[in-house]
Design a protein around this ligand. Structure first.
Ligand SMILES: Nc1ncnc2c1ncn2[C@@H]1O[C@H](COP(=O)(O)OP(=O)(O)OP(=O)(O)O)[C@@H](O)[C@H]1O
Length: 261
């Protein structure tokens, strides 16, 4: 049976007197795959920070993997959460090999020192690399990879620990069309597997929503415009409201295109 991996009740975040998130109510079940959309400054990254147990709400209550933030040891919680973001990627040493970039996730570090890795971890890292289309890349230096390959390594790293919740902050940002489609295809396959964890992906573009994603959360100005199953929450009307311009959304075979009217 599905469990609740995220439960936000009236969550607000205030910084310098500004409300960054405003009374957000949201819940994510273990078998759901969410896309989070909204204009620049809507609060998407802040929402992910709370989901990652990296930030506490100023007001309200957030539970992550059924543990209330503020009443649990976040250092025990964080290894159960996979998080791929450009901020995380910046911490990966450029000269780290791809296999070590993924392996070090098992030890919650970036940059291999003198750790001895278990054979079981090495085999898992090789399997994860293969799942993300990175066969033959194990000995390459992270900094020598293309943007698309680096993004896939970041995701491989974030699923290495077999997390119960996977958070992706703009995984397809800066990718060319071919690399984007390759990543979206891999994410779609991953999302469709019942063995995969709950996924929350922030993106700026509906074109980047993989098939197999089930729910959408639209944010604007720190507040929820719409949240729910994709077919109900992701519409021309909700995008128009979130972005403040008339937007027309079309869906074809599980993929989306949006443009201003
Ligand atoms: N520590 C802080 N102090 C003051 N304001 C902040 C702080 N952190 C974030 N903000 C502001 O909160 C708002 C929401 O930021 P956030 O990064 O969550 O938005 P976002 O939806 O992820 O934006 P983008 O799409 O541009 O990445 C922004 O206006 C940002 O400037």
């Amino acid at each position: 049976m599905a469990s609740t991996v995220l439960q936000f009740r009236d969550v607000s975040v205030v910084r310098d007197g500004n409300s960054i998130l405003d009374d957000v109510n949201w819940s994510v079940a273990s078998d759901e795959r969410w896309v989070v959309l909204g204009p620049n400054g809507a609060g998407k990254t802040t929402l992910l920070q709370i989901a990652a147990a990296a930030m506490h709400p100023t007001k309200g209550e957030a539970a992550v993997l059924e543990e209330k933030l503020g009443k649990t040891d976040v250092f025990e919680l964080r290894p159960m959460i996979g998080f791929a973001s450009s901020a995380m990627a910046r911490k990966i040493p450029r000269n780290e090999t791809v296999i070590d970039t993924v392996l070090t996730a098992a030890y919650s570090v970036t940059g291999r020192w003198n750790e001895e890795y278990e054979e079981i971890d090495i085999r898992r890292a090789q399997r994860v690399l293969s799942e993300w289309g990175l066969d033959g890349f194990a000995d390459r230096r992270f900094g020598s990879l293309s943007d698309g390959e680096q993004k896939r390594v970041q995701i491989a790293r974030s699923v290495m620990t077999d997390p119960e919740l996977l958070l992706l902050d703009e995984p397809a940002a800066s990718l060319d069309l071919g690399a984007r489609e390759e990543l979206v295809g891999l994410l779609g396959g991953y999302a469709a597997s019942p063995a995969s964890p709950a996924i929350v992906m922030v993106t700026h573009h509906v074109e980047e929503i993989p098939k197999g994603f089930t729910h959408a959360l639209l944010l604007s100005g720190g507040g929820v415009v719409k949240a729910g199953p994709l077919a109900e929450a992701l519409t021309s009307e909700s995008l128009t409201e979130a972005f403040g311009i008339p937007i027309s959304l079309t869906e074809s075979n599980g993929r989306y295109v949006a443009r201003a009217e």
